[in-house]
Design a protein around this ligand. Structure first.
Ligand code: SIN
Length: 535
């Protein structure tokens, strides 16, 4: 492994290439040079797989107050109302900008206006969408603009190892860049910037079953925590109620928009069961639906429940959900005539790196935007389709703020030091630990938790993290090892947040404390070095 000695200089370093990172990059490029670092191809982000759409008040029949109220209700008392109001009021303009400036094509109704879908927890049709592949269309538009911009450089197949902080050099808390592994050459580059932006997305791979792509390994949360940034509310991991259940299907989401168009959840025997759990039935908030399915699976002993669309017009289904229809057909399921087998799967991290409404973290010049951030928008549970919205709004706001960032720099920047590390000799350590973490996180820190399960998970993760530390310092870093290290730390932080919340609220449900407790109506904040927080 080689380390570049001369740092690469830029104004803005963006880690991640989903909607939040690209929104930041495009705005920031008006004021300086931008480098976007991305682990695989630039398209490969959670954004690319978002099906439902962007929630925004775009119809005269809807109101800002209604969107705010729905978000607050679903967030179960933990939303930060300022962040909610900002996201809901600035979103509509940014959705229109996607169309006018970046050529993003949303579905239109007969009147030429946005065709708006309904999803769980929404009191109105409010979700702008591009059939059932909205994220792909948004990503396409933004990436085309980024690729055509002469001030933005994309470093694909590059992965950030750690943030560069002033504290390491005896200075005040602040960030000035990152060590970045070029996964094609194994060279470690030092990139220094006026502002560093975490836009690394989510952490679904911490769980055995997830709708997320392989890149969602909690990198930003882990790097930020190691650097001394505050993280919060990681116990609120959202499980999407409907992931396709089929032995050969990997992580395929069945959008909530299907229930928005009238889909009904049923047991194998055909009973519609959601009325037992919530007055909004199949369109209840996600945490309620996921728990109800989990409960039904335990009661019936079945492997899945079923989403029934067969009472709807077949040609409408194909027109509205072409990608989902095609994917189901690959597995021999025709949703026009057969209910779709579905199970819940880990989908979205509502917690993350704590930021203010300008995307600022507690480390100077370090920003976090999109799923990696905890802006306060989602509280204890995210309202459907508020995530692309969050990326757009806070990506733009952070870029506006970062214009004023003044560079921090130690007198000399040390290049990456690989020491006496040798080539990995036992890659099996990585696969073994990776599998083990994801399985016990699913079983012990999943939809339904208990104090005992969380304690078991804590003990396991501490042993595994010790093993990973030893391996990390003795062997040369690889992308797989870096991901495992981040995944393990993120899992540990999720467990610690969950252990501290002795109540059930939103996405955190524990049999030992099954009610909401007003004493816990606060964020769970962790920071390295503060008392008993993980190392
Ligand atoms: C979906 O299409 O169901 C996902 C939308 C979201 O996660 O907000």
């Amino acid at each position: 492994m080689v380390a570049s000695v001369v740092p690469i200089e830029t104004d803005y370093l963006v880690l991640g290439s989903g909607v939040a990172g690209l929104s930041f990059a495009l705005r920031a490029a008006a004021h300086g040079r931008v480098i976007v670092v991305t682990k695989r191809a630039a398209e490969e982000s959670n954004t690319q797989y978002a099906q439902g759409g962007v929630a925004a008040v775009l119809s005269p029949d809807d109101t800002l107050d209604a969107h705010v109220a729905d978000t607050l209700t679903v967030g179960c008392g933990l939303c930060h109302e300022d962040a909610v109001r900002i996201a809901c009021s600035e979103g509509p303009h940014l959705v229109r900008e996607l169309v006018d400036r970046y050529g993003v094509s949303f579905d239109r109704g007969r009147d030429g206006d946005f065709a708006l879908a309904r999803e769980g927890g929404h009191s109105a049709r409010r979700v702008a969408h591009a059939k059932d592949t909205t994220g792909r269309e948004v990503e396409r538009g933004l990436l085309a603009a980024v690729r055509g911009h002469d001030r933005v450089t994309i470093l694909a197949d590059h992965m950030a190892i750690d943030l560069l902080t002033m504290q390491k050099y005896g200075g005040p808390e602040g960030c000035f860049g990152a060590y970045v592994l070029d996964q094609r050459t194994q060279e470690v580059k030092t990139v220094v910037a006026r502002a560093v932006v975490l836009a690394t997305g989510g952490a679904g791979k911490v769980y055995l079953y997830t709708t997320n792509p392989d890149v969602a390994t909690g990198d930003g949360i882990a790097m930020a925590y190691r650097a001394g940034a505050r993280v919060a509310n990681l116990e609120f991991f959202q499980f999407h109620p409907t992931c396709l259940y089929h032995p050969q299907a990997k992580s395929f989401l069945i959008s909530e928009a299907l229930r928005g168009e009238g889909g009904v959840l049923r047991t194998r025997s055909g009973e519609s069961f959601m009325e037992r759990y919530h007055p909004m039935k199949s369109l209840a908030p996600r945490d309620v639906v996921a728990r109800a399915i989990d409960d039904m699976l335990k009661k019936t002993g079945d492997d899945s429940v079923f989403l029934d669309m067969t009472h709807l017009d077949g040609s409408f289904l194909i027109e509205r959900f072409p990608a989902i229809h095609a994917e189901c057909l690959r597995y021999g399921i025709d949703m026009r005539t057969q209910p779709i087998p579905v199970v819940p799967a880990a989908h979205y991290s509502c917690g993350g790196v704590v930021t203010d409404t300008a995307g600022r973290t507690n480390l100077r010049n370090l920003y976090a935007v999109g799923e990696v951030a905890m802006t306060g928008l989602h509280g204890a549970c995210r309202l459907a389709s508020n995530s692309l919205l969050e990326g757009l709004v806070f990506g733009a706001r952070a870029a506006e703020d970062a214009r004023n960032a003044t560079a921090l720099r130690p007198p000399a920047v040390a290049p990456w030091y690989a020491g006496a590390a040798s080539d990995p000799s036992e890659a099996v350590v990585v696969t073994q630990n990776w599998d083990e973490i994801r399985r016990f996180m699913w079983n012990y820190v999943g939809i339904v938790r208990t104090d005992k399960r969380l304690e078991r998970a804590r003990r396991r993760i501490e042993v595994i993290r010790d093993e990973i530390r030893e391996y990390y310092w003795n062997f040369k870093v690889t992308g797989d090892l870096l991901e495992l290290r981040n995944l393990a730390l993120t899992g540990h932080l999720i467990i610690e947040c969950a252990r501290r919340r002795k109540e059930s609220r939103g996405l955190h449900y524990t049999l030992d404390h099954p009610e909401i407790d007003p004493r816990f109506a606060v964020d769970t904040v962790l920071r390295r070095g503060d008392g008993p927080d993980p190392a």
